[in-house]
Design a protein around this ligand. Sequence first.
Ligand code: ADP
Ligand code: MG
Ligand code: ZN
Length: 481
Amino acid sequence: MDSSVVCTETFATDGCIMSGNQKIPRDVESDIESLYKAVPQLTKTFRIIDKIGEGTFSSVYLGEAQMRDGSRDMFALKHLIPTSHPTRIAAELQCLTVAGGRENVMGVEYCFRKEDHVVIVMPYMEHKAIVDIIGSLSFEEVRLYIYHLLKALRHIHQFGIIHRDVKPNNFLYNRKAKKFALVDFGLAQGTADTQIELLKDLVGLRKPSRPVFSERNLNNCASPTTTVKQETKTQLVKPVKTGALSSRSFPATARTQKTQRTVHLPLTCNCFQTDRVCNICLSRKQQVAPRAGTPGFRAPEVLTKCPNQGTAIDVWSAGVIFLSLLSGRYPFFKANDDMVALTQIMTIRGSRETIRAAKEFGKVVLCSRELPRLDLKVLCETLRGQRPEEGTLSSKPRVECKASDQRSETQVGKTPPLFLKSLDKKTAQPSLRKDCLTHDERGWDTVPDEAYDLLDRLLDLNPTTRFTAAQALEHPLFENL
Ligand code: ADP
Ligand code: MG
Ligand code: ZN
């Protein structure tokens, strides 16, 4: 490492390194060392001060650079994991260069590469984590936040970019300066007519090699059940299903079939429309559909693995963020499993409504009991502690659900839909009243109905009728913005 770059550092005795006024933990310091070694060009330009983010696919560092005019600027240096696919990296960069730098979308300044190490350099934007400030936000701040998020989404959607991972961690918020920036195009995909050339190249990048008994084959071979069901929606729900098998659970049968291109196994599934999953269904290949992102922010069409997903999935995520901010609870939905996440959605939006919407995009969703749709205003006000708890929010029996498409049931989950109970006021609302402002001053007692109307349209279960970001920005809630 070029020692002149870090010569301002002095060693402290407690396992930390002092850099200016900041203490850097030892492991961070060694990560910084490794980064300098991996991409030595950085040493000439940046003094890397701290690590500010660490995810599965990258580590983000704060770096300072001396500019030509003598001033010092701060940058965020995103070091992508070396195993990232080159096209994936290039696509992320292209999203930033083509769409970034305006309309609340993060831009890019430089990019460094040495061998398989890539570092994307962006202007540094100071920000606070939503979880730390959610309790003290005013309604006006929330309104502004959602407005600016929708603006960023409208902008990237115009380029045919689907972000796929819209959540507060990827939407930087500088509360003081009222600045916003959408970051992290690491999971972005293109719409059919995307203007981001490299997003087109991503299609098929992550698809596994084609298995013999995939659902795709079944689609092509047009087994009678499949065809009928695809053409006639009213026949979607059938008490008995025939299906084809993957090779996993029925090795003998499958092996003998393997040489043929098409598979017609008249085996009867006995779990359809029940709340169990039979062995036949367990042995089916899962449908391959994009499902990147964070479960709690995934749209119903993502959770049920609908193959055609569009920019509407980002709008749903914005809706979940809005719900979170209006109710003062973050995260709102917390689930590691897609079916758990879907059940949580049903708990708010209603099981019948969810089932109906899923049917529109070709999925059969079964739920072991009916969950009524909740009034969003009542829900948010209750969770904010503005009205007494109304039993409906806290004591629900266990619910299980599963989603399936015309060809096979895709997943099953045991859900703890008591998640609303776990959103108990005492536990999940730690800082809501800590600050000295009263509710009145923060405007939570005068939230206009328009807010809940917009929320309702962002959280439309049906992606085809869900508001687009552009439509949302025209909503009366934003009239004077
Ligand atoms: P990942 O793909 O690992 O999630 P992100 O691009 O989301 O990477 O960055 C991770 C974190 O780093 C962000 O949540 C944010 O806290 C921080 N970060 C990223 N870009 C910037 C930036 N330009 N300015 C300030 N912080 C940033
Ligand atoms: Mg991220
Ligand atoms: Zn079955």
